[in-house]
Design a protein around this ligand. Structure first.
Ligand SMILES: Nc1ncnc2c1ncn2[C@@H]1O[C@H](COP(=O)(O)OP(=O)(O)OP(=O)(O)O)[C@@H](O)[C@H]1O
Length: 949
């Protein structure tokens, strides 16, 4: 096709040079005439031939195999008044005689350049850049109808193919598009003088039907329906134009309530169409005095009355649809206000949605990956025409445009919008699309019926007639709401499921945390209890360490008893306590494992003794003594008495150790007594196993003192028994014993211990007897002791065993050895005898030296003892003078000792008598009290069970 150029008019000036923004489009081949494309009944062909000949239009070109969307362009002729206006406005410098033509041609922005193309020229008034091209050619239309085209020309080329398809059983759609006042309604309906496409189609249909009647019985019938879709600002409505029913309901692609008027003849059909057109909503605007305010749709249903059921079925679904769309309006041009403006919005929106649907179809056909957008949902028109807009049915477009410059924008917009639609192809036309559409429509009807039951109705407000329309609108809304409701429901279920999962997870986690917390608390409690246990154990360990340190200190103290024990005059309690502790420590030495038991038993004994002592008053126990940590009362008066005696002896014989020698046997005797008493105590304690062995060992320690050495016996006694008072007295009187006692052995058998104990007791009894029989025993003893004064105190002490032998000799010779403490021995024995107790029970007299000293202070025996001693001494001296032929030194000794012994004997009773009478009373009371305490102690020892470790 050649480029479109300005109409060659020699008289007119050359057209302005235009720059073509778009390349020239090749015109499509001329359309195949409808008659040649599809063989139709002869009646139809004759009708077209007649009409074509009458209209002098060429026959439509045959359709190609690749069918495309047909787009026709009809250019409306410029109205005469506009032409007059153009003539009335003379252009400066222009020839007025040419003005009409020039005005007509110059005021036109759109001119056909060919059968299928048009040239759109930008008006001078709207040209921004004069240098740029202002003419735009649109090619590819199915046909371009010039303003001079008639209605028949339009029908032949546009509508006749659709009618042929319809009569052949295929549905078709013709849509007239264009701005307001472009001649759409004129093209569709026409006028009585100049009928449009619809009347011509009816004529064609009825003409064919008439021809069929002649040839054969009528095999098909037709029905006509008309409705409009309009909007009054509250939504779209469907109005049936062929009946009095106000509104219809759009159900998918079908309209419920739409009356289909059967077409019996052409006259009735044309009359019906005319009435329907008259009922269409129209209004006057500045652009069109009779402007359509709604989308008008005319449907012609053809029913094939054939005996063949299949054929009837197919024909029954063939629909020929003609849509007269309301033209797009510009507010500035139409000047619409109020309801008109709302109608304009509705019209423009519907036109836009329609165009979007076709655009989407085109894009989808260009690129299958792009989804076919469902813009059809946005308006009733597009919903109704869904099958056409999705390419399943054939559709034809006829664009009505106004060529005037004032309509340039509307024309330009329409051409730019609709020209691409020519590329839409119909490659997959489905003949069964009607069946599918029908099924979908039926399903939709059922669905809508169900939804109606749930819809809220307002019969009080709305009338019965309007209620159905409202329900129809609500059905569409409900369907959309249902989809949204389903989506929200699914989302809600998903969220609820997620929430339930998270809740369960949180609960499980919480439970686990609680369990861990509980375990942690238990662990903390266990750790705390373990700490407490460790703390207690640590305390016990510390206590044990302290006791061990005490024991160690006591063990170390036993080697220095001289220093400590000599302090008896200063602090008797300390020395006694230390001695007691030493006793405990030494008693535990052989077997440290039995330490606790022995200590406990000893403590028990000490406690009982303490109680007994306290219960009998403290007057006799003025000085407290410490015994293994326990305070025990000791008769310090007796100790002080001994001290006084010792001092008096030392004062009289300070230069000699006779005092020590004299007191050594005395202390030995006292220790012997004490041993007996302690032995009795330990026998009482023998109830305890652990203490028995030790006690026996202690007793064993005494035995060698008699059998081997007095020093050893003293050491054994003092170190193993460690009776405080006895020890202190031994130390104070003869400290040499301690130095010699280190060599003593402590391991003795029990048998030996018993034997030695018996020997000791026999010695005591024997001494007593000798004492009674030989009053001069003391002097002889002093003499024996004085024989060894030169050797030293230690040697004199070592000679003590010899004293026993000398005593025995004296017994054989009916003589008594000299003893320093006849009164003590005598008193002690008498104390034991006086109480009618065994020697073991003599310990009941406190078993301590004070007790012995108390016995010494016994007035009756004390007064008797000195006289007996002096007499025995004198008798012994006499016998010795006459009997012994001892050397001179012996005499010297005797001479030296005799005054001392005499003085001692003199001093002893004197001292004894000098003692305050209270001491005598104390001695009596203490002996009686001691007897009582002894009984109590025995009872306690018997009653109390022995604790074992
Ligand atoms: N081809 C034509 N020949 C003669 N007159 C025409 C032609 N087309 C339109 N007209 C006239 O133009 C006027 C407007 O036409 P019409 O109403 O058909 O426009 P329209 O596109 O339908 O407008 P609207 O969209 O507003 O309904 C009418 O009076 C009509 O007679």
């Amino acid at each position: 096709m050649e480029p479109v150029a300005a109409p060659p008019e020699p008289a007119s000036p050359p057209p302005p040079s235009t720059v073509r923004r778009n390349p020239p489009r090749r015109a499509r081949p001329p359309p195949t005439p409808l008659a040649s494309a599809k063989p139709k009944p002869s009646s139809r062909s004759s009708f077209l031939q007649d009409e074509a000949a009458a209209a002098s239009i060429p026959a439509p070109p045959p359709s190609s195999q690749e069918e495309r969307l047909k787009v026709f362009l009809r250019i409306r002729p410029v109205p005469d008044r506009d032409r007059c206006k153009a003539v009335a406005r003379p252009m400066p410098g222009k020839d007025l005689r040419r003005k009409p033509k020039q005005a007509a041609g110059g005021d036109l922005c759109l001119v056909p350049t060919g059968p299928n193309s048009v040239a759109l020229t930008v008006p001078q008034s709207k040209l921004v850049d004069p240098k740029r091209g202002r003419t735009e050619v649109f090619d590819g239309f199915s046909a371009v109808f010039s303003p001079d085209s008639t209605q028949l020309d339009i029908f032949v080329q546009v509508m006749n193919p659709l009618v042929d398809d319809f009569l052949g059983g295929k549905s078709g759609l013709l849509v007239a598009m264009g701005p307001t006042g472009s001649g759409k309604t004129h093209t569709i309906f026409g006028s009585p003088r100049n009928p449009g496409i619809l009347p011509l189609a009816l004529r064609q249909i009825f003409k064919a039907q008439d021809e069929n009647k002649v040839a054969s019985p009528p095999a098909r019938s037709f029905s006509l329906s008309m409705f409009e879709i309009l909007s009054e600002g509250k939504g779209e409505r469907i109005l049936d134009l062929l009946s009095d029913a106000a509104e219809c309901v759009l159900q998918q692609s079908s309209i419920k309530g739409l009356q289909e008027v059967p077409l019996s003849n052409l006259a009735d059909a044309e009359s019906l169409a005319s009435r329907g057109m008259l009922k269409r909503s129209t209004a006057a605007t500045n652009a069109n005095s009779n402007s359509s305010r709604s989308q008008c749709i005319i449907t012609i249903h053809g029913v094939h009355k054939s005996s063949d059921a299949d054929s009837e079925h197919l024909l029954s679904n063939a629909v020929l649809t003609i849509a007269d769309l309301a033209g797009a309006e510009r507010e500035r041009k139409t000047g619409n206000q109020g309801s008109r403006l709302l109608e304009s919005n509705f019209i423009n929106n519907t036109s836009m949605v329609f165009g979007l649907c076709l655009r989407s179809l085109l894009e989808h056909q260009k690129n299958q990956k792009k989804p076919l957008e469902k813009h059809f949902k946005n308006s009733m028109l597009t919903r109704y025409l869904r099958d056409y807009l999705e390419g399943r049915k054939k559709m034809t477009l006829i664009l009505n445009v106004k060529p005037a410059n004032d309509d340039y924008l509307d024309t330009s917009f329409l051409l730019r919008q609709a020209s691409p639609y020519m590329k839409i192809k119909y490659t997959s036309l489905d003949d069964s699309s009607d069946l599918i559409s029908q099924k979908r429509s039926n399903a939709s009807l059922i669905c809508q019926e169900n939804k109606k039951k749930r819809k809220v109705q307002k019969p009080e407000v709305l009338g019965v007639e309007r209620k159905e329309n409202i329900e129809t609108d609500n059905i569409a809304k409900v369907s959309e709401d249902d989809a949204q409701y389903k989506f929200l429901n699914s989302e809600l279920r998903r969220v609820s499921r997620s929430e339930a999962i998270m809740t369960n997870f949180a609960r499980a986690l919480w439970t686990v945390l609680k369990q861990y917390k509980h375990k942690l608390l238990e662990s903390e409690n266990a750790a705390e209890s373990m700490k407490q246990l460790i703390r207690d154990q640590y305390i016990q360990i510390v206590e044990l360490k302290k006791e061990l340190e005490v024991l160690n200190s006591c063990c170390s103290c036993k080697h220095i008893p001289v220093i400590e024990d000599t302090s008896i005059d200063q602090d008797d309690s300390v020395s006694s306590g230390q001695a007691g502790q030493s006793l405990v420590s030494l008693s535990n030495k052989p077997n440290l494992g039995s330490y606790d038991a022995s200590v406990d038993n000893f403590h028990l004994v000490a406690e009982e003794v303490l109680k007994e002592l306290k219960s009998h008053g403290a007057e006799n126990f003025s000085a407290p003594c410490s015994l293994n940590g326990e305070s025990v009362s000791c008769d310090t008066s007796s100790i002080s008495f001994i001290d006084e005696q010792e001092q008096s002896f030392r004062g009289l014989k300070a230069e000699k150790s006779c005092c020590a020698d004299a007191f050594g046997p005395m202390s030995h005797t006292e220790e012997g007594n004490t041993k007996v008493e302690l032995h009795a105590i330990h026998k009482k304690l023998d109830a305890s196993e652990c203490f028995t062995g030790q006690t026996s060992a202690h007793a064993g320690g005494v035995t060698p003192s008699s059998s081997h050495s007095d020093n050893q016996s003293n050491q054994s006694l003092t170190e193993h028994h460690m009776l405080p008072c006895l020890k202190t007295e031994r130390v104070s009187l003869s400290p040499q014993f301690t130095s010699c006692s280190k060599k003593a052995t402590i391991e003795q058998s029990e048998d030996e211990i018993e034997e030695l104990s018996k020997i000791i007791l026999e010695d005591i009894h024997h001494d007593v007897n000798i004492r009674v029989k030989h009053p001069d025993y003391l002097s002889s003893s002093q003499q024996v002791s004085s024989d060894t004064e030169d050797v030293g105190s230690s040697q004199s002490s070592l000679e003590l065993p010899g004293m026993v032998a000398s005593q025995k000799k004296l017994e054989e010779l009916d003589l008594e050895p000299e003893r320093c403490e006849p009164g003590v021995v005598n008193a002690t024995v008498e104390c034991a005898v006086g109480h009618s107790q065994a020697p073991e029970q003599m310990s009941d007299c406190e078993g301590r030296v004070p007790c012995l000293l108390k016995e010494i202070t016994c007035p009756a025996k004390a007064s008797k003892a000195p006289s007996k001693v002096s007499e025995a001494e004198e008798a012994a001296d006499k016998k010795k003078e006459g009997f012994t032929s001892s050397p001179e030194d012996t005499k010297k000794t005797r001479r030296r000792l005799q005054p001392a012994a005499a003085m001692l004997l003199k001093e002893f009773p004197g001292a004894d008598f000098d003692v305050d009478t209270r001491r005598e009373e104390r001695g009596k009371s203490s002996s009686s009290v001691a007897a009582g305490r002894s009984d109590a102690l025995i009872r306690v020892l018997k009653a109390r069970p022995v604790r074992r470790v």
